[in-house]
Design a protein around this ligand. Structure first.
Ligand SMILES: NC(=O)c1ccc[n+]([C@@H]2O[C@H](COP(=O)([O-])OP(=O)(O)OC[C@H]3O[C@@H](n4cnc5c(N)ncnc54)[C@H](O)[C@@H]3O)[C@@H](O)[C@H]2O)c1
Length: 267
């Protein structure tokens, strides 16, 4: 077998139905392009249809379709999962990528903001995953990929609620891994570092904050959404069949320690 045939056998998602939430977002839309490129059939889910339809059209043939989903609403979750199973028959891979943030000091956060962030990032992810496993994956096995964050393990000012949800996402990933191994489901979380998307554009446009972040990233630059495609394909494919419960940093060295202080070297 040639190298390319071996690689294709390891990483191909040909014929796999992938439910991707947050498909219209900066990271989600780039993951959709990457996954379609290795053969996945995408159920693209987000709050509104027009960007999903545009993305499905851009991806061309392959059975891709858009689905309106408000992940913070349990009825919307049931409807969306029902519609996807009616059209695609099963869900092989669930990528929980929808997420929101609002930067406010701990003492400034009001109940409505707290509930909104919790409702999307945590409760929504919890009950969508429950529905997908109950309705499909416990019969067929599958892969779950949760979008955690740098803030799952390290904090920045003004992201207390967001960080709490992302730490919880890492914890939920471990629960999914141990409870559903018997169904041949593997669940892993990706912890992106500072990725340049609509969610973070406001931060990178602020010179003080951008400089602060560059000091804390060994690569000294934000990541690009396309730089999350490789790990996602790995976790969605058979190449990761013995990986489960992991939290994987993709962050240009941020959690490792960021940019080192000045020290003398011979090189
Ligand atoms: N950008 C980063 O630096 C970064 C870093 C770490 C983790 N993340 C995580 O990656 C994921 C994607 O982030 P992004 O930067 O692409 O953000 P984004 O704002 O570009 O995309 C998020 C998407 O989620 C959708 N969404 C929001 N509320 C929803 C709801 N109630 N129901 C369904 N969909 C909803 C939005 O419409 C949007 O399309 C998020 O979970 C985020 O927390 C991002």
């Amino acid at each position: 077998m040639s190298i390319s045939e071996n690689l294709e056998k390891l990483f191909s998602l040909q014929g796999k139905v992938v439910l991707l939430t947050g498909s219209a977002g900066g990271i989600g839309s780039e993951l959709a392009r990457g996954l379609a490129g290795v053969g996945a059939e995408l159920a693209l889910a987000d709050l509104a249809m027009p960007p999903l339809q545009a993305l499905a059209d851009e991806l061309g043939g392959g059975g891709h379709a858009g689905y309106v989903l408000d992940i913070s609403d349990l009825d919307s979750i049931s409807q969306c999962v029902h519609d996807i199973l009616f059209r695609h028959g099963r869900i092989d891979v669930l990528i929980n990528c929808a997420g929101i943030n609002k930067r406010e000091g701990f003492l400034d956060v009001e109940e409505a903001t707290y509930d909104r962030i919790m409702g999307v990032n945590l409760k929504g992810l919890y009950f969508l995953t429950q529905a997908v496993v109950r309705e499909s994956m416990m019969k067929t096995g599958g892969k779950i990929i949760n979008m955690a964050s740098y803030n799952s393990t390290s904090m920045l000012g003004g992201v207390s609620v967001y960080g709490a949800t992302k730490s919880a996402v890492a914890a939920l990933t471990r629960s999914m891994a141990i409870e559903w191994a018997k169904f041949n489901i593997q669940a892993n979380a990706i912890a992106p570092g500072h990725i340049l998307t609509p969610l973070t554009a406001i931060t990178w446009a602020n010179e003080h904050r951008a400089g602060y972040l560059r000091e804390r990233i060994s690569a000294e630059r934000p990541g690009l959404p396309a730089e999350l495609v490789g790990i996602t394909v790995l976790l969605a494919s058979g190449a990761s069949n013995y990986m489960t419960g992991a939290l994987i940093n993709v962050d240009g060295g941020a959690i490792a320690g960021g940019k080192p202080w000045q020290f003398d070297t011979k090189y």
